[in-house]
Design a protein around this ligand. Sequence first.
Ligand SMILES: C[S@@+](CC[C@H](N)C(=O)[O-])C[C@H]1O[C@@H](n2cnc3c(N)ncnc32)[C@H](O)[C@@H]1O
Length: 306
Amino acid sequence: MERVQQHSLSSQLKITIPLTFAPHNQVTLFHGDCMDFMRTIPDQSVQLVVTSPPYNIGKEYEDVLDIEAYKAQQRQVISECVRILGRKGSICWQVGNYVNRGEIIPLDVLLYDCFRENALKLRNRIVWHFGHGLHCSNRFSGRYETINWFTKSDDYVFNLDPVRVPQKYPGKRHFKGPRRGELSGNPMGKNPSDVWDIPNVKANHVEKSEHPCQFPVALVQRLVLSLTNADDLVFDPFLGVGTTAIAAVINGRRAAGSECVEGYHDLAVERVTKALAGELRVRLDRPVYEPSRHLGLTVNPWHKGN
Ligand SMILES: C[S@@+](CC[C@H](N)C(=O)[O-])C[C@H]1O[C@@H](n2cnc3c(N)ncnc32)[C@H](O)[C@@H]1O
């Protein structure tokens, strides 16, 4: 069945999401290949690109390529992202490892020169740490992925205050010098650092959809709030079920993205529509839950004395 230009999801919500790009669209969700979509976006019109590309590990939406062919494909997408990126803009590439018969290749290392050859500058290599995943028996279980944040110039947008996190000891005071006795921390909280502890989207996560590797809204939200201003355009070439667009619109930014699998694209439209209507449930960016040591499940049944 031919897909129409405008996609109207729900007559109750009465929100229509365009499928083709126009500079003043609040949201554009393209169904198809990201290179085809980017050709329709003018030079320097995007403030932030955030994406989690295919990892080339045989997920249901990807063909496993020779690692150099994979890199060549990513290089093309990265160059086109640089073309549409504004002068003060940022690109955040969120990746894990390519795994080949137990050998791992960190994809941020593999792809680093694709950014450097476009004269982008790396500002942070953010470690995204999470608590759940596969249990390995021949190496340590992987519990982090990375986000490489690059900028196009030295004059880039960076707003720290909206992403500050609570201090461990907010009551700490200067213990010497002219400010002795005064509170030493920032009342708005501290810099979140380059290690982010945010739960990944597994079975019980409130954002879980049928996509096998969504990233959480809270992760993208930190990038949106710190690297863009109100109404800026945020773009994701590998949109999946729309997480980047959701993080953008719930924070008053415009969004565009492309997804080639029809079922995921449909889900992206559904989720973004709900987000625009204020009806999508997302996990807030708050500290990870630590269970009490005295709950049934946290008591060690093998340990004598319990
Ligand atoms: C790792 S997933 C991204 C998931 C996304 N971050 C989310 O939270 O839903 C990568 C996505 O890219 C899509 N994809 C792969 N190649 C593509 C291409 N050439 N153009 C557009 N989408 C593509 C896949 O179908 C998959 O849904």
